[in-house]
Design a protein around this ligand. Structure first.
Ligand code: HEM
Length: 518
């Protein structure tokens, strides 16, 4: 209870009087709105902080709600770390793509997410991707993509053997589909990134998969803790986990050997030929300032992190979708087992039915609710006046955009052949069973112009041609080897953390050896 003693009465009256006077002055000056703002500011601040922490568990919904209310305009969603300004119009997305790295940086955003200084053996990325990032882009867009015909026959045999080895007829002992897919993606990527010497090194492959999980754990802990203690805890955790040390210790002699071979080759000696990313990164790096073994390893670790789980999770969601929509099994098997497969293996392109099916799956189950994330290294104005403060983020609301009826007809319905061009659709046996609501808009999965899954503009994913080819092959092996059954169609299939959407291990999907009649 507030006691007002007689000698305090005057000052209390003065205080109330001053407030009333202030109120009337502000009111008189039309400033009541400002006063209310001052009074309500602490409440707004608390509300913002609550929403910010809700972001950890409910980001997809917060982004979706913001999208629904914004009516196409930019809007802000807070996380505990920073504000995200979401833009969805073509014009503003192009402005993200056009901004220089020194202003809006993907690399700085990725650095915040992954905390590589703790999780990647001390790899300290620069905030901006300068010209020395070019060897990586040339390796992925050029050499890796054009070498798909070299890899695909080997990965088909290798992945098929992995499935046969892992799959037990005894249901009790059968591994989760998530593990089966991850093993085959790891095998594919290990061959392409590190070469055939390391692909059968089991402790190394195990460490590379562990590394991804540990990176996420370390980065999350460091981000959630107050800045005053997070570096010390980050260093402590980094010393506890040894996956990144195993990777480093295994790759270092290989990279050193390749550098030595390059020197020998320059002196005219005959050296072994290698077709993998270690080799191409080394060859593409500048002659005057060549990448060191350390730099090559760090780039490969970052690449591994960005590619393995995203490919695996996309395949797992597609397997879920196929079990929910078994009418697609027959045409997809026919495509994969027919002449179209040979042409796919020879070029790394094709298999349009599978392409459309995988694309539709990632439209409804994207791995992330946002895309084209950039950290503002300098304050930034969009052309409509929207202001992004330095240190905060701008992004696109990927999941919400892909469920918007303005972008896709019948957006919540799964149409496995939605993205198939009209003539291929019409040529299908029983084509009337496979309706596509807008075939005239069909584009292949690797298209990055209308498809935010790969990001935006010049930074859009350079590994997408490789990723899609690898995903098609593994998905095709699953659908031709096994019959799938989703035991409980209502069971939750995914879990969220921040904006990530991951397939649950507990999803009741049963695989059986393919019935002989099929
Ligand atoms: C389903 C699998 C994948 C998805 C969904 C995916 C998605 C993305 C996205 C959204 C970006 C950011 C682009 C932007 O913000 O504008 C990106 C960048 C990148 N991705 Fe992928 N990616 C996948 C697989 C791969 C694979 C297999 C590789 C390598 C072989 C790869 C290499 C990269 C690299 C190096 C970047 C950074 C590009 C730069 O800084 O210019 N990605 N990816």
């Amino acid at each position: 209870m507030l006691l007002i003693l007689p000698h305090q009465e005057a000052s209390a009256t003065f205080l109330v009087g001053s407030c009333a006077l202030g109120l009337s002055v502000l009111y008189g000056a039309g400033k009541l709105h400002d006063l209310l703002w001052i009074l309500l500011y602490p409440v707004t601040l608390i509300q913002k902080r609550i929403t910010a922490w809700r972001f950890l568990l409910e980001a997809p919904q917060l982004i979706q709600d913001g999208y629904a209310n914004a009516n196409g305009s930019p809007y802000v969603v807070y996380s505990p770390d920073w504000a995200h300004t979401f833009v969805s119009s073509k014009k503003l997305i192009e402005e993200i793509g056009a901004a220089p790295d020194s202003v809006l940086s993907l690399q700085a955003a990725a650095k915040e997410l992954l905390q590589p200084q703790y999780s990647m053996h001390g790899f300290n990325w620069f905030d901006e991707r300068g010209a020395d990032g070019i060897p990586l882009l040339r390796t992925l867009r050029g050499r890796l993509t054009s070498s798909l015909p070299h890899f695909l026959p080997a990965t088909r045999l290798g992945n098929s053997a992995i499935f046969d080895e892992m799959f037990e007829e005894n249901e009790e002992k059968r591994p989760c589909i998530n593990d089966m897919v991850l093993e085959t993606v790891a095998h594919t990527n290990a061959l392409a990134f590190f070469g055939k010497e390391l692909v059968h090194n089991k402790p190394f492959i195990k460490a590379t998969l562990d590394f991804v999980v540990k990176t996420i754990i370390i980065a999350e802990i460091v981000r959630i803790l107050p800045a005053s203690i997070s570096p010390a805890i980050g260093r402590f955790l980094s010393n506890q986990f040894n996956a990144h040390k195993i990777i480093h210790e295994t790759l270092e002699p290989v990279a050193e050997q390749r550098l030595a071979e390059r020197e020998l080759k320059l002196l005219g000696h005959k050296v072994p030929e290698h077709k993998d990313c270690i080799q191409w990164l080394m060859e593409q790096s500048s002659k005057t300032n060549p990448w060191t073994a350390e730099r090559i390893i760090h780039e490969l670790m970052a690449l591994w992190f960005g590619s393995c789980h995203s490919m695996a999770m996309s395949i797992i969601f597609a397997v879920h979708d196929l079990s929910m929509h078994p009418e697609y099994v027959q045409p997809l098997r026919k495509e994969f087992e027919g002449p179209a497969y040979d042409s796919f293996e020879a070029t790394g392109e094709g298999l349009p039915l599978m392409d459309s099916f995988l694309k539709e799956s990632s439209r409804l189950s994207p791995l992330d609710s946002m895309s084209s994330r950039r950290k503002a290294l300098q304050s930034f104005h969009l052309s409509d006046g929207t202001f992004i403060e330095r240190g905060h983020w701008i992004a696109t609301p990927l999941r919400a955009m892909m469920r918007d009826p303005a972008n896709y007809a019948q957006p919540l319905q799964f149409h496995g052949f939605r993205h198939l061009d009209p003539s291929t659709l019409a040529s299908l046996e029983h084509s009337q069973s496979f309706e596509s609501p807008e075939p005239e808009k069909a584009l292949p999965m690797t298209d990055a112009t209308e498809w935010q899954v790969w990001g935006t503009g010049r930074l859009s994913c350079p590994g997408r041609f490789y990723a899609v080819a690898g995903m098609k092959q593994i998905f095709g092996l699953i659908l031709t080897k096994y019959d799938l059954e989703m035991v409980d169609k209502e069971a939750p299939r995914s879990a969220h953390w921040r904006t990530c959407n991951v397939p649950r291990r507990s999803t009741p999907l049963v695989l059986r050896a393919r019935a002989a009649s099929e």
